[in-house]
Design a protein around this ligand. Structure first.
Ligand code: ADP
Length: 244
């Protein structure tokens, strides 16, 4: 088809836990190539929203990526549609090297023995991902010995080799040094060149510097949306953050 990619389109999304609507009728559009930050107080429903999009919790309404409905599909199917997600604690294999972690994610594990032997040739997609996340020179290091920031980047690399087109990142700079934050911010810009990036974040300084657009959630709903300047100027947002 000649249609342009549609990005992420969420309509009337609702997630109910025991009668409590953690996500209470949310519409969101994220354009291809955007770097959208989702913020909001604890309990606003940010994680639950991402859980719904990635198939971890049941939801009603619609969440489509590039025209493909995600709701009602299994997690692995959603992954195959190009949706990749990180968690607050990086899920890397600590006893394996950077390269082995990426190999496993890429599904190029031709049996464990081949994998554990150091290979001379690295698949293009893996080499490219290593370059993007800045870990080429660390390829043979055990993931467990990486700095906190590097582990987060490795986890992002694992999504890249899976060809994720929509990256959902949960507090990617939590616990990072200022240098690591800056590198991560630049990485988000690079990723958005041919992908769509959604970031759940609490760090306002990081948001001001690297968000292209912002959605503010509160009590399961969208409170405000727009550029950083627009949501910062929104009195409803100021009330939620300063008002109680
Ligand atoms: P945020 O990520 O914005 O901090 P969450 O999505 O984690 O918010 O939570 C939204 C609301 O849903 C909170 O009130 C939380 O207690 C509730 N919640 C989240 N997960 C569950 C669950 N599995 N069962 C019951 N309530 C939940």
């Amino acid at each position: 088809s000649t249609q342009k990619p549609a990005g992420l389109r969420i309509r009337d999304l609702r997630v109910v836990f025991d009668g409590f609507a953690a996500v209470d009728g949310v519409d969101i559009d994220v354009s291809p190539g955007d770097v959208r930050f989702i913020i909001g107080p604890n309990g606003a429903g940010k994680t639950t929203l991402v859980d719904a999009v990635t198939g971890l919790v049941k939801a009603t309404g619609s969440a489509a990526f590039d025209g493909q409905e995600l709701l009602g599909r299994k997690v692995h199917h959603i992954t195959r549609l190009g949706i990749g997600r990180t968690f607050q604690t990086a899920a890397v294999f600590e006893e394996l090297t950077v390269l082995q972690n990426l190999d496993i994610a890429a599904g190029t594990n031709r049996g464990l023995l081949t994998l554990l032997r150091r290979r001379k040739s690295v698949p293009d997609s893996v080499a490219q991902a290593m370059e993007t996340i800045g870990l080429t020179s660390a390829r043979d290091r055990l993931a467990g010995t990486l700095a906190h920031g590097q582990k987060q980047w490795l986890e992002i690399g694992m999504l890249l080799v899976q060809d994720a087109k929509l990256l959902l990142l949960d507090e990617p700079v939590a616990g990072m040094s200022q240098d690591e934050r800056d590198t991560t911010g630049e990485l988000l810009g690079m990723l958005s060149e041919d992908r769509t990036v959604v970031v759940i974040e609490h760090d306002m300084d990081f948001l001001r510097r690297y968000a292209r657009t912002v959605t503010v959630m509160h009590a399961g709903r969208i409170l405000s949306e727009g550029s950083v300047a627009e949501v910062q100027a929104d009195l409803k947002v100021q009330e939620v953050y300063l008002g109680h």
